[in-house]
Write a new protein. Sequence first.
Length: 330
Amino acid sequence: MSQTEASTWTIGVDVGGTKVAAGFVDSNGEIQKHRRVPMQSRGTAEEGLASVTSAIDEVLRLLPGLEGAARRIGICAPGPLDPHTGVILNPPNVPCWRNFPLRAEIAKRYGGVVKVENDAKAAGLAEALWGAGKGYKNVFYATLGTGIGTGILFDKHIYHGRTGAAAEGGHVTIDHNGPRCTCGKRGCIEILGSGTAIGKRARAKLTEIAARSSAMLQLAGGDINAVTSETVGKAYAAGDPLAQEVLLETVELLTIWLGNMIDLLEPDVIILGGGVAAMLSSLIDEIRKQLPAWCINSRCLEIPIVIARYGAESGIAGGAALCTVPSAAD
């Protein structure tokens, strides 16, 4: 590959609590080469940084001679962080970093353009540029997994708000009497509709209805405490009625929340990513069926609700997307 071709490439980096994934992404959003290394999230700040540079170096070794590609590095990291400065503030899943200048450290080592952004916002940008949101002007993206993260994209630009803290859609309250979320508020959609919540709801039902048989319990080897959202999904696919009950309750909660998002933003498309979204893909029609009851917008059903293009590699694509369009955080 020539240096001219290399200039259209970007390295996307996805930093998580247990791993760092990095890959080359071309101008069409295709991930061509990628590697994954362990993340030393509970060591020193320098050890955490070494995990990131190790992943980048691994990818660079896959395509020798393409030094130009290393001049654009986009990093998805857990929040909270400051996208304006690239400083990681106080992420619970990466405790090694407190007020850590990640962008400055990476730029010092590799040079060129370096961007750092919240993982859900960056993944939403990748979907808007290359994925399920391509062709739409305004996009609402939600990643439904262990937690719930969101991104708001206006004309292919991330909406950051005044300080960069906007779009914390996972912590919108839909039940003020609900359980307390890890953020401190009550009844956030994350504490009610995430993968963690699905597993907890399933375990509670199995405890309350001990005499009721369920494929969930069989899949968990008879141990109620071993039931997770993945267990629920597998049992649902096998036709288990109790698993279906759990997921339909989750769908109702998510529909209430999405109705609020539509009334607030009226996006052109809603994109759902993450493992829980994949698990609920067959229930998208049920969300649409219930949506008019939870939305005052009479044209809410005109808004498509679709599954994201990028799966486990959404962070790599999101990192690369950060270097593709100018950002208000620059």
